[in-house]
Design a protein around this ligand. Structure first.
Ligand code: FES
Length: 185
């Protein structure tokens, strides 16, 4: 009898273990899916750093003339959507009065957001050419105009940078809607 009980307990233990493994795998898969999901309305943004910070970016964190790389952050699930680099954005700050009306409509108090993935071969677009007023990818010299919806003005990139519409709420930068087109190359 005691042998039978031991076998039964062992079987129950294995079953419990399998169930646990199954649920952690499901949780991990769900989390991975969230981390890879494209920016969602209501997401905040956090700095793209080796050690991720979960401090939501505010308008004043973005220095004029300094492109800032960031990832979307879902505060409700405490998830930085850094599971895909296609979610990374580059932020630029201007005086709101400098922006054309249709550009300002997608900006957070003068801050603009674009996919940072160069549409040529995927390098980070992270340079600001102040004299030309253009965003640049140094890999092969593509240039993009932030005042014209991220359109290509020079170099081999075949299309413009997708715009990420954002807005300002209590000083914080919030994603207003998804990318204007699919990010990538
Ligand atoms: Fe950007 Fe080639 S990857 S110009």
């Amino acid at each position: 009898d005691s042998r039978r009980s031991l076998l039964k307990m062992a079987a129950l233990g294995v079953a419990a273990g399998l169930t646990g493994t199954g649920s952690s795998l499901a949780q991990a898969a769900a989390q991975a899916a969230d981390e890879s999901a494209r920016p969602q309305p209501g997401d905040h943004l956090v700095l793209d750093k080796a050690t991720p910070s979960k401090r939501p970016l505010r308008v004043e964190d973005i220095e004029p003339g300094e492109p800032t790389l960031a990832y979307p952050f879902d505060m409700e699930t405490d998830t930085i959507r850094s599971g895909s680099r296609f979610n990374k954005v580059v932020l630029l700050r201007f005086e709101e009065s400098e922006l054309p009306e249709e550009v300002a409509a997608n900006a957070a108090d003068g801050v603009l957001a674009f996919s940072s993935v160069c549409t040529h071969q995927g390098c980070d677009v992270n340079a600001w050419m102040a004299s030309d007023g253009l965003l640049a990818c140094f890999c092969h010299g593509s240039m993009f105009d932030p005042f014209d919806g991220g359109q290509v003005v020079a170099g081999p990139a075949p299309r413009g940078l997708p715009v990420l519409p954002i807005s300002e709420v209590d000083g914080e930068i919030i994603v207003a809607s998804g990318f204007s087109s699919a990010p990538g190359f």
